[in-house]
Design a protein around this ligand. Structure first.
Ligand SMILES: [Ca+2]
Ligand SMILES: [Ca+2]
Length: 125
């Protein structure tokens, strides 16, 4: 995605929080997913499979703080249980980004970063 396209997307999201692709996190999904009850769980495979990494606070490089988790540059699905979070392709909250609200994001298309690129995540609210 080009930078100006991204800026347009970001502006639209921050003003209206229109996130067309994500699905509501229902009890059935929550009950079948691995991982704990952290605000966010990152999964290395689509559909909440693979290695789960619980995120409880902002992290400018998921590879540093969660060494061995496999989340860095391998996240392919995400569950957000609470809060508004922004995800980034690069460390220190840089690169492409996308804002997530509570919900279930079963693949990279739904969280709008290229697959296997997520490196940083910041809680906004
Ligand atoms: Ca992956
Ligand atoms: Ca990355």
């Amino acid at each position: 995605m080009r930078d100006n396209q991204h800026e347009q997307l970001f502006t639209g999201l921050t003003t209206e929080f229109e996130v067309p692709a994500f699905t509501e996190l229902d009890d059935e999904v929550a009950a079948t997913c691995s991982g704990g009850l952290a605000p966010v769980t990152l999964y290395t495979d689509p559909n909440y499979l693979g290695t789960a990494t619980d995120i409880s606070r902002s992290d400018d490089n998921v590879d540093n703080a969660l060494f061995g988790s496999g989340a860095n540059n391998n996240t392919s699905s995400i569950i957000v249980r609470e809060g508004i979070w922004k995800i980034y392709t690069d460390n220190n909250y840089k690169g492409q980004s996308y804002i997530l609200e509570p919900g279930a994001y079963p693949n990279a298309e739904t969280f709008h970063l290229p697959d296997n690129t997520l490196t940083a995540i910041r809680r906004l609210f």
